[in-house]
Design a protein around this ligand. Structure first.
Ligand SMILES: [Zn+2]
Ligand SMILES: [Zn+2]
Length: 308
């Protein structure tokens, strides 16, 4: 009896041995015992339990989490030429959950193009650790601006208790693409983040033209094509202007108390969601449109599922 055969036999029959509470791994279909708690070694500490409970050990530990950043701006795991070249910084920084490897590309494609919609919530849950990272960064920056405390720019041990995002928004898809796919993955991810962290979800952008898939374009073509591709929606900015924040009260979505009217020029902290960050030109272009049209200053941060 060969070892390979034995392994295959064990895999094939694991469902009976795991008992009636076994569930298939959402990504590969391998049966896992429901409620089993896999080793969390090497996983981001904020990864939700609901995620680790739906994914087998092998898939879980194959995820290329972006935990060790080299570029503070785009959140990449390597030193970064694109960020060094950027001249107009319309957004502060990006944080992504994972590296966009061929395996991650396949997971996203299953969701975006092959109708495997049950992957959506899981992909969104994968963004939770990066959400905490970008929130710490934004909180740290505000503390530094207020000069109440000196802390490292990566967020360090900054307290995020008093920090509130004014809104979460997302990169829009063209109407053609929304029609052919039936949904916008960035919007779905933003809905999830909005719900979990009680941040108002505001649709602030529209996309003018339908562009060729960016993956087939060179860097300069991509930059050119995303310029002026997005427009800020006046009703979205208007909604944002009425979103009052009072750190003493806490998060606005959970509070039923009447909030004080916001200062007209008060800076708004915006979290912009997309699925993939490649050169940053999409995030840059969306941020530029928002800055150009908002009647108040904005600090825009991006949260993306993968960094390519
Ligand atoms: Zn699996
Ligand atoms: Zn970078």
């Amino acid at each position: 009896m060969s070892m390979k055969w034995l392994l295959q036999f064990l895999l094939d029959h694991s469902i009976q041995w795991l008992g009636p509470n076994a569930v298939p791994c959402t990504f590969c279909g391998q049966m896992i015992r429901e409620g089993s708690s896999p080793s969390r070694n090497g996983l981001p500490s904020e990864l939700p339990k609901s995620f680790t409970g739906s994914v087998c050990h092998i898939c879980l530990h194959a995820i290329p989490w972006l935990l060790h950043l080299k570029c503070r701006i785009c959140g990449r795991g390597i030193v970064c030429g694109d960020c060094a070249r950027r001249t107009n910084a319309y957004f502060v920084a990006n944080r992504s959950a994972v590296q966009y490897t061929s395996e991650m590309r396949e997971w996203l494609a299953q969701y975006k193009y092959r109708g495997n919609e049950q992957l959506g919530p899981l992909l969104a849950e994968m963004m939770v650790p990066a959400y905490h990272a970008v929130t710490k960064l934004a909180a740290a920056r505000i503390i530094l601006q207020n000069r109440t405390l000196r802390i490292p720019l990566n967020g360090g041990a900054a307290s995020t208790d008093k920090f509130r995002w004014d809104a979460v928004t997302y990169v829009p898809v063209s109407s053609e693409r929304a029609e052919e796919r039936g949904f916008n993955q960035a919007e779905r991810f933003a809905e999830r983040i909005s719900r979990q962290f009680h941040i108002p979800l505001i649709n602030m952008l529209s996309r003018d033209r339908h562009t060729e898939k960016q993956s087939f374009q060179s860097r300069s073509e991509r930059m050119r094509n995303t310029q002026r591709l997005f427009r800020a929606l006046p009703e979205g900015l208007d909604h944002l202007s009425r979103t009052a924040i009072d750190p003493a009260i806490g998060n606005q979505a959970a509070s039923s108390q009447a909030l004080p009217a916001p200062e007209p020029r008060q800076r708004r902290q915006i979290l912009l969601i997309d699925d993939i960050y490649t050169t940053g030109s999409t995030i840059q272009s969306c941020s530029e449109a928002l800055h150009r049209n908002a009647p108040f200053p904005l600090d825009i941060y991006a949260l993306t599922w993968a960094r390519s």
